[in-house]
Design a protein. Structure first.
Length: 268
């Protein structure tokens, strides 16, 4: 419990009973979760200010310890009452801003070695269990201060753009080639091509002779297309949308010759 040792050394002259040591440990857990102590008693006193230390005379009443705390963002104010009932301590904590109340009962002997009040390294035991009890029994029900609960969103580095065919893929730097998407091997991927407006997937129901797996010679419009474009008409690297048939080497059938869906007129 980092930070508790110097606090315990500072408060050691006032610690005379096991419950004093337990209150000191509970106090530090509240400090860790973003609260600062204002003072003792139910009502505020003069010249109060938030502190990580225990206030003066915090241990004056060995049967009922009353401490007030305020969150570092000044939103929450807690009233803590630690009541001794035989060998157990009942913690009653109220958030004055929301009127929420939380209660935790702790057996003092489960967390404090009464024979080693002078030795910090031996006085506390089961510290992880104590920390869990305070967190689940007080901090969670009342809500931790905003500064302690706010987290930055995690970036999902292993996101696959194939998960959503309508998602626009990220732009690639100039001169680089976008990685090809892997062909789905699952039999349930049939029809994926028909759902992808970018045409980068496989598994469609309509056979396209230009994407049937047969290698096709590439077309470089900058070198010229006989009978249509002279050499140099299209700058190298410029986007080029071919128009009309590109020559006699095109394998048929033409995808544009497909009939409209549901049209069965053989004399069309």
């Amino acid at each position: 419990m980092a930070g508790l040792e110097p606090l315990y050394a500072w408060a050691r002259p006032a610690i005379s009973r096991p419950q004093d040591a337990l209150v000191c440990g509970i106090h530090w857990e509240l400090i860790r979760h973003g609260y600062r102590c204002l003072g003792t008693g139910d009502q505020p006193g003069p010249d109060e200010r938030k502190s990580e230390l225990l206030p003066v005379s915090w241990e004056a009443n060995k049967e009922v310890y009353t401490l007030r705390y305020k969150s570092t963002d000044d939103i929450q104010e807690l009233l803590l009452k630690a009541i001794m009932v035989e060998d157990s301590m009942i913690l009653n904590v109220m958030d004055r801003s929301s009127q929420k109340v939380a209660d935790v009962t702790l057996a003092v002997a489960d967390y404090i070695n009464s024979e080693h009040l002078d030795d910090f390294h031996k006085v506390y035991k089961n510290t992880e269990d104590l920390r869990t009890r305070i967190t689940s029994g007080i901090i969670a029900p009342l809500g931790a201060p905003a500064g302690k609960t706010r987290k930055e969103p995690e970036f999902k580095e292993d996101m696959h753009w194939d998960e959503n065919p309508l998602r626009v893929p990220p732009r690639q730097p100039m001169g680089t080639r976008a990685p090809s998407r892997p062909s789905p091997l699952s039999p349930f991927a049939v029809g994926g091509e028909d759902l992808d407006p970018f045409g980068g997937r496989s598994g469609g129901m309509i056979v396209d002779p230009l994407h049937s797996g047969v290698p096709q010679p590439g077309i470089d419009p900058s070198s010229g297309i006989p009978g249509r474009l002279p050499p140099g008409a299209v700058p190298p690297g410029a986007r080029f949308d071919p128009f009309g048939p590109l020559g006699i080497g095109r394998p048929g059938p033409d995808p544009d010759h497909l009939p409209p869906p549901g049209y069965d007129d053989m004399f069309m």
